[in-house]
Design a protein around this ligand. Structure first.
Ligand SMILES: NC(=O)c1ccc[n+]([C@@H]2O[C@H](COP(=O)([O-])OP(=O)(O)OC[C@H]3O[C@@H](n4cnc5c(N)ncnc54)[C@H](OP(=O)(O)O)[C@@H]3O)[C@@H](O)[C@H]2O)c1
Length: 251
C-alpha cells in the first residue's frame, strides 16, 4: 500500500460492543473506516459524532443483496478496501422461553431462528468477503479478520446454533486463505473468550463464574483487549493466514 494513502477498513457490526471499540481504535490509528449498524440507531448517531469522517451505513445482514450493496458502497466512499473486519453476530433466537439461568438449548431453537442466525452469523460473512476481495485484489492485497468465539473451538455450554456458526468461520477462513493467498490477502479468525459486554449479556451468571474459575487470568476479557488484537491483524499482519487465534485468557 502507498505509505501516503490512508488505510481503508470496513467493520461489519460497528455498532456492537466490540465493533464500536474496534472502530474507535482504528480511527485513533488514523484509518479511514466504514462501519455498519442495524437497530443501534443511537449508537450509530454517537459514533458519527465521535468519528466525524467515518462512513456509517445501515444494513440488514439477513439480506444477502443488502450485504453486497453495502460493501460496494463502502468501497466507493472510501476509495477502495484494504481490510474487512466482520464483527456482527446474534447469540439467541426467537423460540420457546428459556428457563432462568440457562442457555438456549436444543428444544428452544426453532427452524426460523436457526435460519436467521445462520444468515447473520455465517452467510453475511461469506458474501461480505466475496464482495470485498476484488477491491483488495485491486489494492494489491489485504486482511480479512473474522470475529468468532471460543465456543466455536472448545466444548462449552453455549447455544448450539451459535457455536456451530462460530466454528463455520474456521472452515471458511481456512479454505478462503488458500483461494485468496496468491493475491496477498490473508484471512484469520479471532476467537474471544467471554467478554465484559456484548453478546455475553445473555449468558447465565453461573457460566460467567465458571469461566472466571477456569480461565488462567481469572477474569473475562475487555473489549479493548480484543480490539487491539483485531486492529493489529487488520493493519499489520503480513504472514499469518488460515488460522483461528484464541484470545481467551487461557481457558
Ligand atoms: N461479547 C462476548 O462476550 C463475545 C465473546 C466471544 C465472541 N464474541 C463475538 O464478538 C462479535 C461481536 O459481538 P458483540 O459482543 O460485540 O455483540 P453485540 O454488542 O450484540 O453486537 C452485535 C452486532 O451485530 C449487529 N447485528 C445483529 N443483527 C444484525 C442484523 N440483522 N443486521 C445487521 N447487523 C446486525 C448489531 O447491530 P445493531 O446493534 O445495530 O442491531 C451489532 O453491531 C461476535 O462475532 C461474537 O460472536 C463476543
Amino acid at each position: 500500500m502507498d505509505s501516503m494513502k490512508r488505510f481503508r477498513c470496513v467493520i461489519v457490526g460497528g455498532s456492537g460492543a466490540l465493533g464500536s471499540t474496534i472502530c474507535r481504535r482504528l480511527y485513533k490509528d488514523g484509518a479511514h473506516i466504514g462501519w455498519t449498524y442495524h437497530s443501534g440507531e443511537v449508537i450509530a448517531a454517537n459514533l458519527r459524532g465521535e468519528l466525524p469522517d467515518s462512513v456509517g451505513l445501515r444494513v440488514d445482514l439477513r439480506d444477502t443483496t443488502q450485504v453486497e450493496q453495502t460493501i460496494a458502497a463502502f468501497a466507493q466512499q472510501l476509495g477502495g478496501i484494504d481490510a474487512l473486519i466482520h464483527c456482527a453476530a446474534i447469540c439467541l433466537t426467537p423460540g420457546d422461553e428459556i428457563p432462568p439461568d440457562q442457555t438456549q438449548k436444543l428444544p428452544h431453537v426453532h427452524r426460523a431462528g436457526w435460519d436467521e442466525l445462520m444468515a447473520i452469523n455465517v452467510s453475511s460473512v461469506y458474501f461480505a468477503c466475496r464482495e470485498a476481495v476484488p477491491h483488495m485484489q485491486a489494492a494489491g492485497g489485504g486482511n480479512i479478520v473474522l470475529v468468532g468465539s471460543v465456543s466455536g473451538t472448545r466444548p462449552l455450554p453455549s447455544p448450539i446454533h451459535y457455536a456451530t456458526s462460530r466454528t463455520a468461520l474456521e472452515g471458511m477462513a481456512r479454505a478462503m486463505s488458500k483461494e485468496v493467498g496468491p493475491d496477498n490477502i490473508r484471512v484469520n479468525v479471532i476467537e474471544p473468550g467471554i467478554l465484559e459486554a456484548g453478546v455475553s449479556r445473555s449468558l447465565p451468571g453461573t457460566l460467567r463464574e465458571e469461566y472466571e474459575k477456569h480461565c488462567a487470568l481469572k477474569r473475562v476479557g475487555t473489549m479493548s483487549e480484543i480490539a487491539n488484537v483485531v486492529a493489529w491483524f487488520a493493519q499489520h499482519n503480513t504472514y499469518v493466514t488460515g488460522q483461528n487465534i484464541l484470545v481467551d485468557g487461557a481457558l
